[in-house]
Design a protein around this ligand. Structure first.
Ligand code: MN
Length: 491
């Protein structure tokens, strides 16, 4: 049974990582919300205030900025009580008001089915573009709702869990907030795929059974050898893969658990990038690496910005162990992504705020297309799937969805280049226009100036909304002119 959460324990938690911030305002926000929600109860029959308080605790456990926690305590006040946003501003200032307003706007959704999906996405994109902190609160809100899902009727349980898996978790992932993405997925997993959840849970237990001792040994040996090489270790410990991410990996590996090498991984955090590579070398001297499993995500980050060195080695019993090596800043980025700026690390410091370009792009794009139902699939493909980074011959980085092709690349550069594109070189080799691009590819488009427009067949393999839109509209035009020519009298 979990310990009862109180405002006192919340304030104590925050003090451990941010002792100098104004905690009176956190207490005031709690009292204000407590008064406002008085007489309201959750489906579980608990007083309503337990919900915003629990969401605030989730963020305090993650060592998040107390200003966000203050807004979290107030997040349901304007929607569920007679208190207005103006009153919140009068009491807590305009910054808190804006965050609470953002959450309130996300609030109740009017529609059902696919329309609800679109409405939800649209609202979240707008909220994100305005203030990313609103999403941090929304994720905490959703995590607590998932934790208390059992008190809702089964139909509702499924809908909320599915929405969490399909909308919330992918967005948290795109924002790089691995910690929240992981919690959302694992909580929702049980309700969306109950049988798979049980199966994967057992499989995970089997994988972990009896491993403690050898893992302990590997950690000790690593620490000793790194110390001998004068590499300072900021942190070195084992971490278990999350259940849902284990499940998804199993699906990719034909359900063969033996092919999943990172169920347990040892995470090594060292001060500099040079230390990361030195650490890799030292580990490979002790244990033989598995061929083809050394991944340098430092020089080639994953599409969401993730950086680390990964390697899988054979331990002394011939068992495979994965190592993940990174600097402290890379670790902060990996776990908290855009939220890293509002996360206090062990030293009480935070990373600088980052511009997130794609969020702005999204806000623009949603304006003219999210209203169209048929485009939903394309939006999902464009922005919720994994992204790849490819390069122009001049070295400019282009951000595209996974499996994008040279045609998508061409349209991304310029409409004319797309329309006149006649071939492509990938890494200096001639390649067909439907070749799926890989992270890090250098792509050059061969243009035919006399070409009139896109080939209608391109629609079969293009992945981006921009490319597909142009191909469709160009073809409409050509079809129209063709039709006109056929009906007009010949000269
Ligand atoms: Mn709420």
């Amino acid at each position: 049974m979990r310990e009862k959460q109180t405002i006192d324990s919340l304030v104590e938690k925050i003090k451990t990582y941010s002792p100098e911030s104004d905690l009176d305002i956190v207490r005031l926000a709690f009292n204000f919300a407590d008064d406002a929600h008085r007489g309201q109860f959750r489906k579980s029959k608990e007083p309503y205030i337990t919900h915003p308080l629990a969401a605030a605790h989730i963020l305090a456990d993650m060592r998040i900025d107390p200003v966000i926690i203050t807004a979290t305590l107030l997040h349901d006040v304007p929607e569920d009580t007679h208190i207005t946003l103006q009153e919140i501003e009068d009491n807590f200032g305009s910054e808190i008001r804006k965050m609470v307003e953002g959450i309130t706007k996300l609030g109740k959704l009017k529609y059902r089915g696919v329309e609800r999906y679109i409405e939800n996405l649209r609202k979240m994109f707008i909220a994100m573009a305005e203030d990313i902190r609103v999403m941090i609160i929304k994720f905490a809100d959703r995590i607590h709702n998932l934790q208390t899902l059992d008190s809702l009727p089964p139909q509702k349980r499924y809908r909320i869990a599915l929405e969490s898996l399909e909308i919330y978790a992918p967005i948290a992932n795109r924002l790089g907030i691995a910690e929240m993405k992981g919690q959302l997925e694992d909580l929702a997993f049980r309700y969306v795929y109950p049988k798979e959840y049980e199966r994967v849970k057992k499989l995970m237990e089997e994988k972990l059974r009896g491993k403690e001792k050898s893992l302990q040994k590997i950690q000790e040996v690593s620490k000793m050898e790194l110390a001998n090489a004068n590499i300072k270790i900021i942190d070195l410990k084992g971490r278990n893969k999350r259940l849902y991410s284990f499940y998804k990996k199993l699906l990719r590996k034909e359900n063969d658990a033996d092919k999943v090498y990172d169920v347990i991984a040892i995470r090594v955090i060292v001060p500099t990038i040079a230390d990361c590579y030195a650490t890799l070398g030292i580990l490979h001297k002790i244990w033989k690496p598995l061929k083809g499993r050394i991944k340098d995500y430092i020089s080639q980050p994953k599409p969401n910005g993730y950086q680390s060195l990964h390697t899988t080695v054979f331990d002394e019993h011939g068992e495979l162990v994965e190592f993940q090596i990174r600097t402290h800043d890379m670790h902060e980025e990996a776990e908290y992504g855009v939220a890293a700026h509002w996360h206090y690390d062990e030293r009480g410091s935070r990373l600088p705020a980052k511009e997130i370009q794609w969020v702005k792009e999204l806000a623009e794009i949603q304006k003219d297309i999210l209203n169209k139902m048929s485009d939903l699939e394309e939006i999902k493909v464009d922005f919720l799937q994994s992204r790849i980074f490819v390069f122009t011959p001049k070295g400019d980085v282009i951000d595209l969805p996974e499996y994008a092709t040279p045609v998508d690349f061409a349209y991304h550069i310029h409409t004319d280049i797309g329309n006149r594109c006649n071939g492509a070189r990938i890494n200096e080799k001639i390649a067909s226009l439907d070749t799926p691009l890989q992270n890090g590819d250098v792509v050059e488009i061969i243009v035919d100036k006399n070409r009139k427009g896109p080939n209608p067949d391109w629609i079969d393999f293009t992945k981006t909304h921009t490319a597909r839109d142009h191909i469709k509209s160009q073809n409409k035009k050509t079809r129209l002119t063709g039709w006109l020519k056929s009906v007009l009298p010949k000269k």
